[in-house]
Design a protein around this ligand. Structure first.
Ligand code: SF4
Length: 535
């Protein structure tokens, strides 16, 4: 199929920006297309997407190419083929909104959006990632196979099962039945689901509850395969140094779906960073809390020795010190990110996350002294039981922060509404209503403005946060709304009427819910007690 010159030009531009793309030659019976659901510059910065791409290509008899919507067409970056020609369409879903983009992508590619309408000639739709691992039910009717847990275990099992069934003359039903019995695989079509009830198996092959796939982190650490100068973090070589988190914050889904905490073997990391491709200008360290890695100092020294800049994700306040800040500066890190979440000691205790406010001020002063350009601070509003007094404490903390920064370092505040997430300890807590969130944000804007015009304030839109909560917590009853939002390109919240979705029950009176959670079909505890190299 020939595409427009415009589509070809975008493809050429993206390919020219990259090094490391995998081009597997020879006959491969299994051809997987990895859907890039968000814009290219974000997708290429997702280690989950890159890891799946690499893992698929490492399997015998399997070729994997990356699919993006370029201009008006969904095509493969590697070969320029139409997305609909791949036998398997795979996606790693990192954000709830991507569920809507998944349905839109399937429709644009020309694949029936509901799995029940797909036939033997249609691709198999396989989805994994944190959103699917926490609650696959919202999007269950659109997905043939949900993969929950670690790709290192799931991908070899999927490819082996495909080659033994579909690849050997079997049917897609043979494949689905075979996968349903394997840890980490949830096949929605093998379960019936009455409104308001969790799924129940209708096939002997499907277990009542699906355990998550969990592996020890051994061998070569997860790292970027493709490095692109058009990525959001330009020309960055990303390396995973920890998976999971030792923290137990009650709102946090990231730590639950990646449990247990595992640290990557230091020697493997150091070798990998030393041998990073020459096109990499910086090394991005990936993990929920980097300070949990026992050899973070040595890892940073290796980056300095290689003459590269370090990119670091969020650091836990209690674990950062002067020495670490110095090492980060030596790696030319310009800013750090901390997540105080709240200024109220009472709420922090409730969250299960405590820090000494004096330490936070000290870190701001130290970072300013050491020449960092900025600090990003994440706060939440609308936490369970939050009062006006709790919120008022933020005003006091912001004044102190501005004083500690004293114009030498930029403070960027990101304030996000609390969204109850599946599998977390606060999954049954209610969310603040949109109008109330808007009111709190208005007040906060005034407060920040009054303290200092130097403080940058950003926030997640209350409407987006509400839609995110609906997608996080819903079940199959949402599928009509998701399909409408995807195909008619309208807001999800405008599609809920008449679909049996009551925001009042789903979001605002969760404490009163009596039905079982849709994600009950997943066994939420990991099967691996602790990895040998974990903490
Ligand atoms: S420290 Fe961060 S990643 Fe760890 S549990 Fe708390 S919020 Fe989650």
């Amino acid at each position: 199929m020939a595409f427009s010159r415009g589509t070809e030009k975008i493809r050429e531009k993206l390919l020219a920006s990259e090094t490391g793309a995998l081009e597997k030659t020879g006959h491969c019976p299994l051809e997987v297309g990895m859907l890039g659901l968000s814009p290219y510059e974000l997708v290429i910065g997702s280690l989950g997407y890159q890891n799946s791409y690499r893992l698929f290509n490492h399997q015998e008899g399997t070729r994997c190419e990356r699919l993006f919507e370029l201009g008006d067409n969904w095509i493969s970056l590697e070969s320029g083929r139409a997305a609909g020609t791949f036998g398997v369409l795979a996606a790693s879903v990192s954000y709830e909104q991507e569920l809507i983009w998944l349905v839109r992508a399937l429709s644009r590619i020309g694949v029936p959006v509901r799995s029940a309408d797909r036939g033997p000639r249609d691709p198999i739709v396989l989805c994994g990632g944190p959103v699917i691992t926490s609650n696959p039910e919202t999007a269950a009717p659109f997905i043939d196979v949900c993969a929950t847990g670690d790709g290192e275990q799931l991908i070899p099992v999927f490819t082996g099962s495909w080659l033994d069934t579909v690849g050997s003359g079997g049917t897609r039903e043979d494949l689905l039945e075979r996968l349903a019995g394997q840890p980490g695989f949830y096949v929605p079509s093998l379960y019936k689901c009455d409104t308001g009830e969790p799924p129940v198996p209708i096939s002997g092959a499907a277990p009542e509850r699906v355990p998550r796939a969990v592996v020890p982190l051994k061998g070569v650490p997860v790292h970027s395969t493709v490095i692109s100068s058009m990525a959001h973090f330009r020309s960055m070589f990303m390396v995973e140094i920890t998976r999971g988190c030792r923290g137990r914050c009650k709102f946090c889904m990231v730590c639950k779906v990646n449990d247990p905490f595992r640290a990557v073997e230091p020697a493997n990391l150091i070798d990998l960073i030393r041998e990073a491709p020459s096109s990499a200008r910086s090394v991005g360290l990936v993990g929920a809390n980097l300070c949990d890695h026992p050899r973070l100092g040595d890892i940073l020294e290796t980056i300095v020795a290689g003459g590269r800049r370090a990119g670091v994700s969020s650091l836990r306040i209690g674990t950062v010190d002067k020495n670490l800040l110095g090492q980060l500066r030596a790696c030319r890190a310009n800013s750090i990110t901390l997540a105080p979440e709240s200024a109220s000691p009472r709420l922090l205790k409730a969250i299960g996350k405590s820090y000494d406010p004096a330490r936070l001020m000290e870190l701001v002063r130290l970072a300013a002294e050491q020449g960092f350009a900025g600090i990003k601070l994440y706060y939440m509003i609308g936490l369970p039981d939050e009062t006006d007094q709790d919120r008022a404490m933020l005003t006091g903390q912001l004044r102190e922060l501005a004083e500690a920064a004293s114009g030498r370092i930029k403070l960027s505040l990101s304030v996000n509404p609390f969204v109850p997430k599946p599998q977390t300890l606060w999954q049954d807590c209610s969310m603040m209503k949109t109008a109330a969130i808007k009111k709190v944000l208005r007040q906060l804007k005034k407060t920040v403005f009054g303290i200092s015009r130097e403080i940058e304030l950003s926030w997640q839109s209350p409407v987006e946060a509400t839609a995110q909560a609906v997608l996080s917590l819903g079940g199959r009853e949402l599928s009509g709304s998701v399909e409408k939002a995807a195909l008619e390109r309208v807001r999800l919240l405008d599609c809920l009427a008449g679909q049996g979705v009551e925001l009042e029950n789903l979001l605002y009176q969760r404490e009163k819910l009596t039905s079982a959670h849709p994600w009950r079909v997943l066994e939420c505890e990991p099967s691996l007690k602790q990895s040998p190299n974990g903490g």
